[in-house]
Unconditional design. Structure first.
Lengths: 485, 483
């Protein structure tokens, strides 16, 4: 059963071939047996999951089931879960049990889905390799046969690795600069970052508020559509969420792609990209041509400025967002503080990891008197230029296609002492967050036995078009079905 | 040397919304610590602010009442600093795009002139919680009930030149926000808090001197004292050839002294930037017109009406109209009191003096306008003399009686106005004082005669056990002595 998709598992449950309790038990057993290798979960909520599964079975028996009733899945440990520890991968919140649900969490609860636990992540979603988690690195299920342990990407590396290893069929994730797409690509699964404002951020622990967006991870595009059906929508608790009708994302999966206008941003096929990676991406684009799409080269002239602008804006917002972790009300507090200043400095020095501290310092600097105009304001101007690049591009084409990451999964520890190289992991994904448009990562081949992702970028609120394009691709390719080892 | 005093004010006005500016928690004062603090107010991870529309409506009403431009695109910024009663580590406030732009307020001065004080702007922001340093033995208690209470911070231009003007403005503003119903006006609970910026310059100079800011004054009296104190402090320094340091000072009203809190060099870099959790709020014409319809009678309009409707003089009309609740108390008194001018005299006289003496606001008064009005009615219809009325007032205030008639009855304060009975008493008293009667009748100066009447009043009041109507006694005396 563990190789089946959400859509398939839902049908199995509906047919009565298996109960949710049995299914839940199977996945829990797999986590118990195999996750020692991957470390993809921070918390496994076995008892709660089995109780929820029992309830789901009763609901289904009573004829009150939705597609999700009784289907196991997991939450990235950035979504607050009422009564269950929510850590954001940080020592700062290692003991934090929220008394409330994130809106995303509540939505899955209402849909009857069975949460198996909370997946590992880079601390406060800051990282591209899942090596900054207080709860240890996550290992990518791919590439183990070579004897090296590789990163799953980040920050949603736990969710991606758990899905690739068949420990869950689907998991929530978040994407601030590529944190859904890059781990999805490195782990050979399918992930979607929706339009900014499409999914509520309430209860999703903030990294950079104007960039953070909750999204989906599963093996198939269809499962991503099923997840988005649960997650998308206006939330009165999040004033940046958008009040706009939510379509049934599964309804248009089978639309033909004939006439789809595909743009290839020339800036994303640069020398940053290895020829082997580029070949995989171009092969995927050829499949789209076979499906009836037309392809042309387009330009995102300010794309090269995206990383610089992002590493001002995201740390600036983070520096304020993370001020609440002060040891006063909840979370980690240093031992025996001597006075208020000692309480603050030691709590934060001991509670945050190096990468988080680095970004708080960068952000504090960028907002400081005398630097604000040169850094923060300039970065915001660049951001508007980047948004305009996408708006212009979508006047000519329906979707953009590009690589997701410059290289496949690298070996753990390879980039830990070189933050700038690590930041370049997101060179093809970051502009999308600055613009706020939706984008997917779809499995599109292998290089040296490691998965390669194709990025499909859409216009604002065109998630349905992206899912349709990804789904049609998955009808004629089987990259998303490949198993590690 | 002669000095010009230059004063600008910053006033924090707590808005009387039912819930907080960014969460659904209650704003009621006086609850058990931290019982009105939700996950949002505690800045729990992942929680987000949702703006309270009523706070915007109140701010727009304020803007309209001070003749200001309304900011059509209102932007929130984060002001970053660490303090235990600031849960998020930043205050959500407005820096460059406040909801209320430039406006003005006209104040009345004691010499009968008026002065225009310009408002620079007013912005919306959230209040912090409270740090409680007592009762925790070397530790600090944090109460977040107040955290997130909506405030408007009103910033004036440096248009005031004396403590009198500053206090007149403060009182006018207090009356304005109370009349609008956007603030409960209770200064003892911190509903209005004043920061005073003060500088001196040589008389007639066009160049402003270095200013200091005295923070968190929460009574008009402290404000007046603090200004006088700071003006004197600065004058001493300047006249000794020193220079003023730009700093924030705290005034201790009990001790009548101030101390430096922090200098400009020690000031925080607040690293303001637009709050990414809140989109700019667009205020459209409909919203503004909706707010305009909610504007009640404002103090200046009310003052004109009091003069017209009750025949009050300008001075009394202003004193009674500035504060909405004082005005309402007066109108209730007048409606029960039959004589509006007499009602005004009692409200501004005995009643206000008592409030001041006990440091109470009109809402804290132990008597109602109706109670005072009934007493005024009894004075007006001669049932009780003014000295008797003071005894009735005392009984009402202390709670030993709850309506004027009952007190008059119980204490036997009813005036005797039966002229037959009074004439008999006058005859009797005059018969017992033949020398004084003769003296009176021999006196040629009517002024001196008038004075001499007092000599008969004492024995008359005694004879009537204090219940004779003095006015009638007087009339009868003049008639009998003259005739």
């Amino acid at each position: 059963m563990h190789n089946k998709s959400v859509a398939e598992l839902s049908r199995e449950l509906e047919s009565g071939k298996i109960s949710s309790v049995e299914l839940t038990r199977e996945f829990l057993d797999r986590i118990k047996a195999e996750d020692k290798l991957y470390n993809s979960f921070i918390t496994v909520t076995e008892d709660q999951a089995l109780a929820d599964a029992k309830t789901a079975d009763e609901q289904r028996a009573a004829g009150k089931a939705s597609v999700w009733t009784g289907v196991p899945f997991a939450h990235k440990d950035i979504f607050c879960t009422n009564g269950v520890a929510t850590t954001a991968g940080s020592k700062m919140l290692a003991n934090f049990v929220p008394p409330y649900d994130a809106t995303v969490t509540a939505n899955f609860r209402a849909a009857g889905a069975v949460c198996l636990g909370k997946t590992n992540m880079d601390e406060f979603a800051m990282g591209s390799s899942n090596e900054s988690s207080f709860f240890g690195s996550v290992t990518n299920p791919w590439g183990l046969s070579s004897g090296d342990k590789r990163v799953p990407g980040g920050s949603s590396g736990g969710s991606a690795a758990a899905i690739a290893a068949r420990l869950v069929p689907a998991a929530t994730a978040t994407d601030t600069g590529g944190s859904i797409r890059q781990p999805a690509a490195l782990c050979g699964i399918t992930g979607l970052k929706p339009t900014y404002g499409r999914v509520s951020r309430y209860g999703m622990i903030a990294f950079a508020s104007s960039l953070d967006q909750g999204g989906t991870m599963a093996r198939t595009a269809e499962d991503n559509a099923l997840m988005l059906n649960v997650m998308a929508g206006f939330d009165p608790k999040d004033s940046t969420s958008v009040d706009r009708a939510v379509p049934d994302y599964t309804a248009t999966l089978n639309e033909p792609l004939k006439g789809l206008r595909v743009g290839l941003p020339k800036e994303y096929f640069s020398d940053q990209l290895s020829p082997a990676m580029e070949q995989q991406v171009r092969n995927a684009v050829k499949e789209y041509e076979k499906l009836g799409a037309t392809v042309k080269e387009v330009s995102l002239p300010h794309a090269k400025l995206a990383i610089a602008a992002y590493y001002v804006i995201a740390p600036a917002e983070a520096s304020a967002n993370l001020s609440r972790f002060d040891g006063v009300r909840y979370g980690y507090r240093c031992e025996n503080p001597q006075d208020l200043n000692d309480l603050y400095t030691r709590t934060r020095a001991e509670g945050f990891g190096d990468e988080v501290k680095r970004r708080i310092l960068v952000g504090t600097y960028a907002l400081s008197a005398g630097y604000f105009d040169a850094y923060y304001l300039k970065a915001q101007k660049v951001r508007r230029l980047i948004q305009q690049d996408f708006i212009n591009a979508f006047k000519e084409v329906d979707v953009l296609m590009s690589p997701v990451s410059p290289s496949p999964a690298f070996v753990q520890g390879a980039n830990t002492n070189d933050p700038v190289t690590m930041y370049l992991e997101d060179i093809f994904t970051i502009a999308v967050n600055l613009a706020g448009v939706p984008a997917m990562s779809v499995p599109a081949g292998f290089v040296d036995g490691l998965p390669v992702g194709l990025q499909i970028i859409g216009n604002y609120f065109e998630e349905a078009r992206l899912l349709n394009a990804a789904h049609q691709f998955q009808q004629v390719t089987d990259w998303h079905q490949k198993l590690p080892q | 040397m002669q000095w010009d005093i230059v004063i600008g004010l910053e006033i924090h006005v707590q808005l009387a919304t039912k819930t907080k500016i960014f969460s659904g928690s209650s704003t009621a004062f006086g609850a058990e610590p931290n019982t009105q603090a939700s996950a949002v107010d505690l800045a729990m991870p992942g929680t987000l602010p949702v703006p309270n529309e009523q706070a915007f409506r109140y701010a727009v009403m304020f803007g309209l009442a001070v003749n200001a431009e309304i900011g059509r695109r209102s932007v929130f910024d984060r002001k970053n600093y660490f303090y235990p009663d600031l849960p998020k580590g930043y205050q959500t406030t407005q820096l460059d795009h406040p909801i209320v732009g430039p406006g003005y307020v006209d104040i009345d001065l004691a010499d009968g002139s008026t002065k225009r004080v310009r408002i620079h702007h007013a912005h919306l922001e959230e209040d912090a919680g409270k740090s409680l340093h007592e009762d925790f033995h070397g530790m600090t208690g944090i109460d977040l009930n107040r955290a997130g209470t909506p405030l408007i911070e009103v910033v004036t231009e440096p248009d005031m030149n004396s403590a009198e003007e500053a206090v007149a403005f403060a009182k006018k503003l207090h009356g304005l926000v109370s009349s609008l119903g956007i603030c409960d006006g209770d200064m003892s609970q911190g509903s209005l808090r004043f920061d005073v910026n003060i500088s001196l310059k040589p008389k007639g100079s066009n160049e402003l001197g270095t200013r200091t800011e005295t923070k968190n004054l929460n009574s008009f009296r402290f404000m007046e004292q603090a200004i006088a104190h700071e003006v004197e402090r600065q004058m001493d320094i300047l006249e000794d050839g020193g220079r003023i340091i730009q700093e924030t000072r705290l005034y201790n009203g009990e001790r009548g002294e101030s101390r430096s809190m922090r200098s400009k060099e020690e000031a925080n870099d607040y690293r303001y930037f637009p709050c990414p959790d809140l989109l700019p709020v667009v205020i459209d014409d409909d919203f503004i017109e909706g707010a305009r319809k909610l504007l009640p009678e404002l103090p200046d309009e009310r003052k004109a009406r009091f003069k017209e409707q009750y025949g009050l003089n300008d001075y009394d009309a202003r004193l009674l109209s500035d504060d909405a609740r004082m005005a309402a108390f007066f109108e209730e008194t007048a409606s029960h009191g039959k004589d509006a001018k007499l009602a005004a005299n009692w409200v501004l006289g005995e009643f206000s003096a008592r409030l001041n003496a006990e440091d109470k606001t009109v809402v804290q008064a132990p008597i109602t306008g109706a109670q005072l009005g009934q007493l005024v009615a009894r004075i007006a219809d001669n049932t009780v003399s003014s000295s008797g009325a003071k005894k009735v007032f005392e009984a009402l205030w202390s709670g030993s009686g709850d309506n004027a008639d009952a007190v008059i009855e119980a204490q036997g304060l009813k005036q005797v106005s039966d002229t037959g009975a009074l004439e008999a008493m006058v005859d009797e008293v005059l018969a017992g004082m033949p020398d004084q009667v003769a003296q009176y009748q021999e006196e040629g100066d009517p002024k001196k005669q008038k004075k001499m009447l007092g000599g008969f009043m004492g024995p008359l009041m005694k004879a009537s056990k204090g219940q004779g109507n003095p006015k009638l006694f007087n009339e009868i005396l003049v008639r009998k002595l003259g005739g």
